[in-house]
Design a protein around this ligand. Structure first.
Ligand code: AMP
Ligand code: ZN
Length: 515
């Protein structure tokens, strides 16, 4: 199913089967994809962004192949507790609201807005549907009732729990994580307040609201609020059906959130809900997962400015954040597309470590890729082609069809940059139709599929760099006219030390950043 000539079939690594499987949608050309969205009690950090940017690339590639994708990414605005492992503690949003003495929905509105701003900054397409948990309380209650009716849920003191032990008599609870029941039990802590639950692995579908709890709804079991996991089962079912194609999220969601989502959906409808489970790996800092609780999170606005958000800043939304001094990890700011390119350089299922050095290198690579796009518009066609565009095209599709392998794709696109530069230098030639093919290929893979855009050429640093380079090139040309070869060579050698190569051609001197 493709609007291009099919080059190969798409293979996706499925966490459930632990193999790469041929992608066969349930009802092609339609594809249903659900991705767990953010809990909007604070600003998203770059780790969260990595997961959402990876799924944006996946969404874009499926669209490019001609699929009609319904992409559902939820907003968690209730039920995610401070101690989620235990299913205990305060609601994260309710807690923030109490601290600031404002309505929980004000917290939700603020951080949902911030999240949208960040996603737009990173050029992520909006999902087809963005349902919120509080907008689907009825669906969650209905699903909980169905699970009780099927004998897999029970009520205790106004709360409803999922009976994991009973579930395991019919189904494999640990199918997604690959963990045995004993391993899972050993992974849970012995906790107070578990006396309501029949088993250690049981989790809440509905929680009774204590009098001080702000977010509450009436239910057959009294006033309460839904557990965290049930929202994704209820909303994916509502918008994508009882079985759908792709479900995604970060790897950290596998053992609990996604395992419980499967149990609930199977417990309610008796069907395996998801065909392909896809998981992104973590963005790390010095090898440790970037996370709010580890205090090592870097916010998008900090990446852009190289500054820290002030401790008393009410919001860290890029357009509204109050900044303090220089950032303790970042030595300077980077463009959003530099960060997106940095993420595309690594496969979504590998860990990616964030550092200044890695971003500096990514910036150079990204500049080369964008310089290639600009150079491409200036190429002159010839009568014959010495380059093979069909081969390049096959290689690019093969990379993406192999579980969305963007690092391999980028390697091919850098081959294309060399090709473009060789054509510009007159070392290779290209026909008009091949040039049109190359331009289409280059633009489609870089801009439509990887979702990059040229924010370096347009940015202040980009245009300043270009301006400075033109000035240096002009000074060197003047030195050569005066036969001052010592100066012209010095300029060239000093630039080479900075990885900048000057290229003397018929139409003047150009510059490039070395691979
Ligand atoms: P949360 O708002 O905590 O529910 O997280 C939203 C999404 O970000 C989930 O899919 C998480 O798995 C993902 N996530 C959290 N931390 C990271 C990280 N350091 N790197 C990549 N993804 C992450
Ligand atoms: Zn979810």
């Amino acid at each position: 199913m493709t609007n291009q000539t099919p080059v190969q079939e798409l293979f996706i690594y499925n966490t459930l089967s632990r193999t790469k499987e041929k992608f066969e949608p349930l009802a092609a050309p339609f594809v249903g994809m659900y991705v767990c969205g953010p809990t909007v009690y604070s600003d998203v950090h770059l780790g969260n962004c990595r997961t959402f940017i990876s799924f944006d690339m996946i969404f874009r590639y499926l669209l490019h192949l001609g699929y009609k994708v319904r992409y559902v990414r939820n907003i968690t605005d209730v039920g995610h507790l401070t101690d989620e492992d235990a299913g205990e503690g305060e609601d994260r949003i309710g807690r923030r609201a109490k601290l600031e003495q404002i309505e929980p929905m004000e917290i939700v509105q603020r951080y949902t807005h911030g999240f949208h701003e960040v996603m737009a900054l990173f050029n992520a397409l909006p999902p087809s549907i963005e349902p919120s948990a509080t907008g689907h309380i009825i669906e969650q209650i209905e699903m909980t009732k169905a699970i009780i009716d099927n004998g897999l849920g029970y009520e205790a003191n106004g709360s409803v729990y999922f009976d994991v032990e009973k579930f395991t008599t019919q189904y494999n609870y640990g199918a997604l994580s690959g963990r045995t029941l004993d391993e899972q039990i050993n992974n849970t802590r012995d906790l107070d307040g578990q006396n309501e639950k029949r088993g250690r692995l049981d989790f809440a579908l509905w929680k009774q609201a204590k009098p001080e709890h702000l977010m509450r709804w009436p239910s057959p079991w009294g006033d309460g609020f839904p557990g965290w996991h049930i929202e994704c089962s209820a909303m994916s079912r509502k918008y994508l059906g009882e079985s759908f194609d792709i479900h995604g999220g970060g790897m950290d969601l596998i053992p609990t959130h996604h395992t419980n989502e499967i149990a609930q959906s199977v417990g309610c409808c008796g069907k395996t809900p998801v065909r392909y489970w896809m998981h992104t790996n973590m963005l790390t800092v010095n090898g440790k997962k970037m996370s709010k609780s580890l205090n090592n999170s870097i916010l998008p606005v900090e990446l852009l400015t190289g500054m820290s958000v002030a401790a008393d800043s009410p919001v860290a939304t890029p357009s509204l954040a109050k900044l303090s001094g220089p950032h303790n990890v970042l030595t300077r700011g980077y463009s959003p597309m530099t960060a997106r390119f940095f993420m595309m350089q690594t496969h979504y299922s590998s860990t990616l470590d964030f550092s200044n050095e890695a971003l500096d290198a990514a910036e150079k690579g990204f500049m080369r890729l964008m310089a290639g796009a600009r150079q491409l518009t200036k190429l002159k066609p010839a009568a014959q082609s010495s380059v093979n565009i069909a081969e390049l095209r096959t290689a690019c599709y093969a990379a993406m069809n192999d579980d969305f392998n963007t690092p391999i794709l980028l390697a091919h696109l850098f081959d294309a940059v060399r090709m473009i530069n060789n054509i510009a230098d007159g070392r290779e030639t290209i026909t008009e139709s091949d040039l049109a093919q190359l331009t289409k290929l280059y633009n489609e893979f870089i801009f439509d599929i990887m979702g990059l855009k040229d924010d370096i050429g347009e940015s202040a640093t980009g245009s300043t760099t270009e301006g400075l380079m033109q000035l240096i090139i002009k000074m060197r040309a003047e030195a050569r006219i005066k036969k001052d070869f010592a100066t012209s060579d010095l300029v060239r050698d000093e630039l080479a030390k900075l990885n900048i190569v000057l290229k003397d051609g018929k139409e003047g001197t150009g510059w490039d950043i070395k691979a």
